[in-house]
Design a protein around this ligand. Sequence first.
Ligand code: GDP
Ligand code: MG
Length: 759
Amino acid sequence: MKTFALAGNPNCGKTTLFNALTGSTAHVGNWPGVTVDKREGVYRGGSEKVNIVDLPGIYSLSPYTPEEVISRNFILDEKPDGIINIVDATNLERNLYLTTQLLEMDVPLIIALNMMDEVEKAGDSIDVKALESAIGVPVVAISALRKKGIKELMDRAIAMNSERKGVTVLGKSLAPKIERAKQFFAATDVSSPLFHAIKMLEGDEIELKHAGAQELFNEISAGQDMEAAVADERYTYISEHFSAAKNKKEKAALTKSDKVDKVLTHRIWGLPIFAVILLVIFHLTFSEDLLYIGAIAEAAGSPLPTFEDIGFAISEDTEIYENFGIALAACFYDGAVFSPGVILTNLLNLVLGYISYGIGLGVEAAGAADWAVGLINDGIVGGITAVLGFLPQILTLFLFFSILEDTGYMARVAFILDRIFRRFGLSGRAFMPMIMGFGCSLPAMINTRTLADEQERTATIRVIPFFSCGAKLPILTAIAGGFCALVGFDNVDLITYSMYLLGIIVAIVSVIVMRSTTMRGEVPPFIMELPAYHMPGFKNLMLHLWDKTKHFVKKAFTIIFASTIIIWFLQSFRWNWTFIADGSIQDSILASIGQFIQPLFTPLGFGSQLNEYGWVFAVAAITGLIAKENVIATFSVLAAMFVANFEGTEEGVAEAIVMIENTGITAPALISFIMFNMTTIPCFAAVATAKAELPKGRFGWTILFWLVTSYIVGTVVYTVGGWWWTLFIWLAVFAAIGTVIVLNNTGKIKLPSLRRRKG
Ligand code: GDP
Ligand code: MG
């Protein structure tokens, strides 16, 4: 079977083409650096099956970044039968820079001129035939997104000659030098001597390791900056020969994108704009008052009527089970119209309520034993539905995140952040994986492979869990809901939003501390292409959401399922294995384990100061180490025990309220509990990934880092929330630590300036 490698600049559509060719569903993102590793699949649409390898995006074949090394080694060592070089037609000249290097290898090459739909939309045209004869290898116009031209591309790729000798566009003054270097490599047994020769001429450190190469290089270059000379000649050649292929109106399109960027990446306003966009997203996902009409009306002294005002009594039992009409209406409105995320959540919970009610009736009718009824209703059904109920909000939030990503806005965020945080020892490169962390820490940690500096990589992996992932969202929503009920504050969205921001702030502070103490190092220069803005593809969005749903539901029915059963057993049995039938939960195995660890959390506000039931928070925090959804699943299982007649299945928020009422926890301690869960050791799977991705000897320290950070964060939040004046004590402590760090570092950190190149 033939193997073709997809090579191209970041963000040129490689993964989109890979998915179109192989039918797989790899992550497509509108920012550079999404594909880190190579990925393989099979194309079955042609005369023969071919193997397709998706290489990471690169601008050049020099050995400066891990992506470049992976791609270059793959092509040189594994000798694919051909390279499909994807070229972003909207950015032709810049993309051809890589093409001129691929041409120098002894590998068959075909060019997929992608994003032709965009070119046409902008009213431009590209003379494909002229381009093909100028470059000397086949060129096929395609649109990976719209699946146009793909068959032709593959037919021509498969029909390519199996041999091609490298050629170069470099000439003039460089030709004799290249010739000498080429003869040097031709005498060894390396393949692609021309490619090696030119790389050596550029002073490429990999090539200079060949015996005798360094001497020859010194002689040929004679102190001249050959790398710049070669790059210069490539660019000159491209602009002289290939501009003609393009009939451009490009200018207009660019200025449009530029105009938008003037605002969105503004030096001062860029960050506040991002914060506002996030706030709007959180409002649409979590708020019970879509347009703030309810809040405004209330402020004006004439609150909107609620269901109770209108005369419908919605009590626990009538709401769901008896009056379907009211229950349905109550999903949308109560005093004000709910936001889309809340409406979807209510609807799903209505359905889940019916299902668990039905199961409950069934179990009762079957005359099952007491313990079996408890296990099924409170353990299994209660735990799983409590977690599943959050799916709509997770999906709503991720729909918005995916849109931000796919339009190209998230890449701007990385750019804005790079500008600010570079001085604290972190480059924009590190922000891509962090932003991915909002989805799930696992792929985010793997994505840190794009970071060349080991220290920066370690620091980044450590703070990725602070970017609250989808699985932590139920904790946030439920506890924030409980918090709002406790203090009588209506805007859950503001609480969840602040918690996300607080997580980001903790991440930034810890990076600053690490980069100026144990994880010192230079910040590599960050060159970033800002991708063009475009409409997000509907299919791509749905693919992202479907991935999330699959993952979440699978987890609910495996890990969460198993955990809730275990928790249920531990809380339903005494140490002597007798079943607790009378609700005396304090005798249970779980209670004694919980009470044993509970004092640990006293400084954080959910330890010994709570009443005799207070150990539930300690238990929930521990079960969260397996999967973060477990925290709420645990509440759900336990809540059933607290309230004998509690149906235990509507929504996690209700369970959190039961916990709050029965333990005497205070509002600051609730926030501390959320923050502890957000910053402590992440779930089991993320820990395993961190272990695999971290450099040797860093794993143990990382676990300790998470523990210490979450402990400090929880303590600060709790004490400041409870006694505001402790803020000054903390400030003094942190200022002292900060001063020590600053004094220790003065003059030690070099700050290379950001170079920005725009297409
Ligand atoms: P990669 O970084 O090279 O793997 O690029 P991706 O496949 O992740 O695509 C980057 C962005 O370009 C995504 O937002 C895609 O939806 C978009 N894209 C890819 N191919 C096309 C195309 O043919 N036309 C248009 N309009 N957009 C495309
Ligand atoms: Mg990709």
